[in-house]
Write a protein that binds this ligand. Structure first.
Ligand code: SER
Length: 313
């Protein structure tokens, strides 16, 4: 990975990945793209930025070709809750963007990364210590597009020899750019509200465990997987990765260590059904074995860092 094109670069993952890769590879070697432009966002003002609708395959191809990139990191996608509200739009965007990025990689011989998710599992998947290879019958449109992504990634590798790589991310927690429209977003919102009012009303119920990870570990995972020697990879796409698994009461208890009076309440919300269909905790042993995945933040370390940085902002 020497010169990279990133789609969805203004999103939650994209904005932090762009910053890291500009630092690692040099600002001229990262072409950040998004469908919108936010002039004062560091992603736009801090280096190369191009407008790109991922459904415009020709423009994607010509941007990659003209800039001589060797890697495409495809992040543009609708998250689970928005996708459930607009399933047809989600299919069109998530799959249309993916096939364009895979075709760009095939035509130009690029390395390709795209993230799958714990949403690629469903209610018939074993819920605890979920293996990497197991039953995948998701019941959300987001999950359906993620399973299709995993399969297409493997197909482009075996059929065309494209160097496709991917992980299944858990809920990602960050303070720089907020997520939008996800089911795991409660675990970001809770920190913001804890500082603002000392109380949070959660749309995810007590007792609902989901896998999570702090953004610095997620960015390390992308960089480490893309830099892993190909001969070490038995698998290509859809590595299970996770740093922690918790339910709302546990993140609330972690916040209480920093903000003693913090309280949490609950309300009914359609996102609960999505959360109930996802695993409690997944097994990341293959990622550890094959490319040295090693998250650094546990729940309390993340809580301290989130609150410290949100206070500054
Ligand atoms: N964080 C995502 C969501 O909740 C899962 O991939 O939609």
């Amino acid at each position: 990975m020497k010169k990279v094109l990133i789609t969805g670069a203004l999103g939650q993952i994209g904005s932090e990945l762009t910053e890291r890769l500009r630092h690692n590879l040099g600002a001229d070697n990262v072409i950040a793209t998004d469908i919108r432009e936010i002039k004062d966002a560091p992603t736009v003002s801090g280096g190369r930025f191009e407008l790109l609708d991922v459904l415009d395959g020709e423009r994607m191809l010509s941007l990659a070709k003209e800039n001589g990139v060797d890697t495409i990191i495809h992040l543009a996608s609708l998250l689970s809750a928005v996708a459930e509200a607009k399933p047809q739009v989600a299919w069109h965007l998530n799959m249309g963007g993916l096939i364009n990025s895979l075709e760009t990689a095939r035509k130009l011989g690029l390395q390709h990364f795209s993230p799958s998710s714990i949403a690629a599992f469903g209610p018939s998947t074993p819920m605890d210590n979920t293996p990497q290879v197991t039953i995948q019958r998701p019941t959300t449109m987001y999950g359906v597009t993620k399973v299709a992504m995993e399969l297409l990634g493997d197909y482009y590798f075996t059929k065309f020899g494209v160097d496709t790589r991917g992980v299944r991310f858990p809920g990602l927690i960050s303070y720089k750019t907020l997520p939008g429209g996800g089911t795991t977003d409660y675990a970001v919102d809770i920190y913001i509200e804890a500082l603002k009012s000392g109380h949070y009303d959660s749309f995810i119920k007590a007792g609902t465990k989901m896998d999570m990870m702090y953004m610095p570990d997620a960015i390390d995972a992308i960089v480490d997987l893309l830099n892993a020697p190909a001969e070490n990879l038995k698998d290509r796409n859809a590595f299970n990765i996770t740093a922690m698994s918790f339910e709302p009461e546990e993140i609330a208890a972690s916040i209480r260590k920093e903000i003693p009076g913090f309280t949490i309440g609950y309300y009914d919300d359609p996102r609960q059904k999505i959360a109930d269909s996802w695993p409690n905790s997944i097994d990341a042993s293959e990622a550890k074995k094959q490319w040295g995945f090693h998250p650094k933040y546990d729940l309390d370390a993340m809580t301290k860092d989130m609150l410290k940085n949100l206070k500054k902002g």
